[in-house]
Design a protein around this ligand. Structure first.
Ligand SMILES: C[S@@+](CC[C@H](N)C(=O)[O-])C[C@H]1O[C@@H](n2cnc3c(N)ncnc32)[C@H](O)[C@@H]1O
Length: 216
């Protein structure tokens, strides 16, 4: 069955050009940027959507189950691949970096996505997950909007930071760094704020960087 991301791709993408979307995108990008490996080596975003983050960060490959946003990602020069994060169509150890931006909460089996990310990462690779924790006022706001029928958020199950940490550890990762933003209360008129290194409790957007446990 087509998802909202398939059917409403243009609407999803247009949000980034609104005043609200432009500011949140800039704050989240500033939070992700210090943690995303710069290369050399191929980098993949799983759940790339219309490719806004991958294009800005210079990622080479983006995968998504939905074809309509992928077409927009391809126009932004991201190498677009249709597929599911649970079964990545790539060989073991292909990527120097794997990125998720607000995608784990939309997957039926987020543990499977992380397992596959681990498989396709090179041993020295880095995973970066940008997440909206449920234990933040932003996460709870989106969850409430989803329950009220918001076309995108109704498909999400927001996870707490502790749940994200556990999922990463269970998939064989160790957390190597973090950055936080959106420490302000959620509103329709967000204001500029800087990204802060580390996990700030209650922050509405947290980027976690993880590396594969050393093989013994
Ligand atoms: C909130 S959007 C985020 C898109 C993009 N990362 C961004 O921040 O603009 C979530 C994306 O995850 C994708 N998605 C949902 N389930 C997925 C899965 N099992 N594997 C990979 N991507 C998935 C959706 O199609 C959607 O494009």
């Amino acid at each position: 069955m087509p998802t909202a991301f398939e059917e409403l791709a243009a609407r999803y993408d247009a949000w980034y050009d609104s005043a609200h979307g432009r500011l949140l995108f800039a704050l989240e990008l500033a939070c992700l940027r210090p943690l995303v490996p710069p290369g050399p080596g191929l980098r993949l975003e799983v759940g790339v959507g219309s490719g806004r983050f991958s294009a800005a960060l210079g990622l080479e490959v983006g995968l998504d189950p939905a074809r309509a946003p992928l077409r927009l990602a391809a126009r932004r020069a991201v190498g677009a691949v249709q597929g599911a994060g649970e079964q990545l169509p790539f060989r073991d150890g292909t990527f120097a970096g794997v990125l998720f931006v607000v995608t784990l909460c939309f997957a039926d089996d987020s543990a499977a996505l992380l397992g596959e990310a681990r498989r396709v990462l090179a041993p020295s690779g880095r995973l970066v997950a940008g997440v909206v924790p449920f234990d933040s006022a932003w996460g709870r706001r989106y969850e409430t909007q989803g329950r009220a029928g918001h076309p995108f958020y109704q498909g999400a199950r927001f996870l707490t930071l502790a749940e994200h940490r556990r999922l990463l550890t269970d998939a064989g990762f160790t957390i190597a760094g973090a950055c936080s933003t959106l420490t302000q209360a959620p509103s329709d008129d967000p204001v500029e704020e800087g990204a802060q290194a580390g996990v700030v409790p209650g922050a509405g957007f947290v980027a976690l960087q993880a590396r594969v446990w050393p093989q013994v």
